[in-house]
Ligand binder design. Structure first.
Ligand SMILES: Cc1ncc(COP(=O)(O)O)c(C=O)c1O
Length: 381
């Protein structure tokens, strides 16, 4: 058991199970690119990649070169492919990507020129993916930029094209807009191919696209959320989501228990006041660990197999719960901020919904200072 007052348990078997469920749903002919950026959505990228490699996943997506390098340096098994979503912006970044065998995104004429120049100087073909902007207005060649790109495009340039892809803006909430994006993407792909661009795998769908727009599955999916057993909030009744298992649990120890009289306040700002004599349990976790202050007086936390209300403003390293209905609670007990404790469960999706944010934001707030351990390790398996 961890010495820390709070810790994350990562269930590698759940990750592997989810990868199998997703792979079965997309079929064996489609490639599953596992999105492990932002430290695998806070789960710990090295551990997650190791677990997924064992489940047969061999394609990974990070955001930055440094995230890719971290994986290359941490893992003995180098058989996997890794793609960084940020297009390199300097020749030096292109060279680093080549050195670490990280596949790059080309998203503009400028990045195409840079990639060609560096590949020529290194005298080898560099693996690249072409991003097309169909409605995110973030990265990628827009429909208007395709012709200028094709005028400069040379089929014999020293680039090894791995895929062409786009990203959906609101696949969880607007299937019509998603289909428009998909159709625009496919029209652009036709235009590219007619001009001699190689036939590469195509991809568009992430978790929400896969659930709402099956025709967007194409040759590969870039999957984050569902692999972690978390569902886009709007889609949690989808039958596939029922098969997934959350991979993350967050626990914290009870540091202190006290009874306060009716009328006494709890925490900074005195924003919670006892309406009855109240047993307050203080947990060793706070916003510095990534538990959002916005959950103050709103979240439930599992303790001794029951859900109890969080009370008083969440502090930097501590927070309080109302344990009046659990007289047996004592110092050293373990509370569950996210995950299951007996019959009680706190879902990431619920907390995200309370905050009006996405589950992605909530788990990527989890701080590196919080130790991550394997669920199996905790259970002494
Ligand atoms: C380009 C791209 N593809 C795929 C994903 C994965 O999305 P999700 O976690 O919703 O599956 C992301 C996530 O932010 C992304 O930016």
């Amino acid at each position: 058991m961890s010495e820390q007052p709070n810790w994350l348990e990562i269930d590698c078997a759940a990750l592997q199970h989810n990868a199998r469920v997703v792979q079965a749903a997309i079929g064996n002919t489609r490639t599953l690119w596992a999105v492990v950026k932002a430290d695998a959505y806070g789960h710990g990228a090295t551990r997650v990649v190791q677990a997924l490699l064992q489940a047969g996943v061999a394609h990974f997506i990070v955001a930055s070169l440094s995230e890719g390098i971290e994986l290359r340096e941490a893992l003995e098994d180098q058989s996997f492919r890794v793609m960084a979503l940020y297009p390199p912006t300097t020749h030096a970044e292109w060279r680093v990507a080549a050195e670490y065998n990280i596949e790059s995104v080309i998203d503009s004429l400028e990045s195409y020129r840079q990639g060609c120049a560096v590949a020529q100087s290194l005298k080898r073909a560099l693996p690249v993916h072409l991003e097309i902007d169909t409605g995110m207005s973030r990265l990628g060649l827009s429909a208007e930029q395709i012709m200028p790109f094709l005028r400069e495009f040379r089929p014999d340039a020293p680039l090894s094209w791995q895929s062409v892809y786009t990203h959906f803006a609101c696949a969880e909430s607007n299937p019509e807009f998603t289909r428009e994006q998909l159709h625009l993407f496919l029209r652009i792909v036709e235009q590219l191919r007619a001009a001699g661009f190689p036939r590469t795998p195509l991809h568009a769908a992430a978790s929400a696209g896969m659930l709402t727009t099956p025709e967007s599955l194409l040759d590969a999916v870039r999957m984050g959320l569902l692999l972690y057993g978390i569902t886009p909030i709007e889609l949690n009744t989808h039958p596939m989501c029922q098969q997934l298992r959350p991979a993350l649990s967050w626990r914290a120890k009870v540091l202190s228990v006290r009874t306060i009289p009716k009328g006494q306040s709890v925490s900074y700002g005195a924003r919670w006041r006892a309406e009855r004599p109240t047993r307050v349990a203080t947990l060793g976790v706070g916003y510095a660990d990534g538990y959002p202050i916005g959950l103050t007086n709103r979240a439930s936390i599992a303790l001794r197999g029951k859900l109890v209300p969080q009370i008083g403003r969440i502090c930097m390293d501590m927070l309080m719960v109302d344990a009046t209905d659990l007289p047996e609670v004592q110092v050293g007990d373990v509370a569950t901020l996210i995950g299951r404790d007996g019959d009680a469960e706190v879902r990431v999706e619920t907390l995200a919904h309370l905050l009006g944010t996405t589950p992605h934001e909530l788990t990527t707030r989890l701080k590196p200072r919080t130790r991550r351990i394997d669920t199996a390790e905790r259970q002494g398996r």
